[in-house]
Design a protein around this ligand. Structure first.
Ligand SMILES: Cc1cc2nc3c(=O)[nH]c(=O)nc-3n(C[C@H](O)[C@H](O)[C@H](O)COP(=O)(O)O)c2cc1C
Length: 186
């Protein structure tokens, strides 16, 4: 039993998108769970190219969702039921593409539909190549979403998988955890 149960009684939806940093989200799920949080991972199709759903399923102890249309046998669509259950939606890592979709209000997959449907606070932890991150389109999308009350954590500077040295690294698990705990405390 972990003595730190700071997230007991909370439900966190963790959105994982198609970044090379997707594997780091596994550590985040594990630490959220160790702190007592109930975690449901939602992966974009691109995220599944980088890490297997089984990893998140095992670490969270919950099913992993990707497909908007897969679970329609249930009365309530998954994107709505997850959106309503969430105390917090965390998207880590968040791609330039996903941030762009949110900024213009697209809801064309399970994660973007859940993000549109939830009234819970949203944290976005971007991860991408420095040139992508510094692209004025990405910066403008981040500003727009920040102005709407979405919390951005990171990215950090450092070595990037594409060989660059610069800003774009996913914030550390500890930084994301601190942000989550702070929002859930308020
Ligand atoms: C090897 C590889 C690594 C990638 N890493 C990133 C990344 O770190 N950040 C990013 O924004 N896009 C990255 N991409 C591009 C995204 O996967 C692509 O934009 C995709 O459409 C994102 O889909 P999603 O936002 O629905 O997950 C990468 C692509 C490849 C092939």
């Amino acid at each position: 039993m972990n003595p730190d149960s700071s997230l007991a009684g909370t439900t966190i939806i963790l959105g994982v998108t198609g970044s090379i940093a997707a594997y780091k989200a596994a550590d985040l799920v594990s630490k959220l769970k160790q702190r007592g949080g109930e975690v449901f991972a939602v992966m974009t199709l691109a995220a599944r190219e980088f890490i297997a759903p089984l990893t998140f399923e095992t670490l969270s102890g919950n099913p992993v969702y990707t497909d908007l249309f897969e679970e329609q046998r249930q009365f309530s669509p998954v994107h709505i039921s997850l959106a309503e259950r969430a105390d917090l939606l965390v998207i880590a890592p968040a791609t330039a593409n996903f941030i762009g979709k949110m900024a213009v209000g697209l809801a064309d997959d399970l994660l973007s539909s859940a993000a549109m449907a939830t009234r819970a606070p949203i944290i976005i932890a971007p991860a991408m190549n420095t040139s992508m991150y510094e692209n004025p389109i990405v910066q403008s999308n981040i500003k727009k979403l920040s102005d709407m009350g979405i919390t951005f954590i990171g990215p950090e500077s450092g070595y990037l998988a594409c060989g660059y040295e610069g800003k774009g690294r996913l914030a550390s698990t500890d930084m994301i955890l601190s942000g989550i705990e702070e929002i859930l405390r308020t």
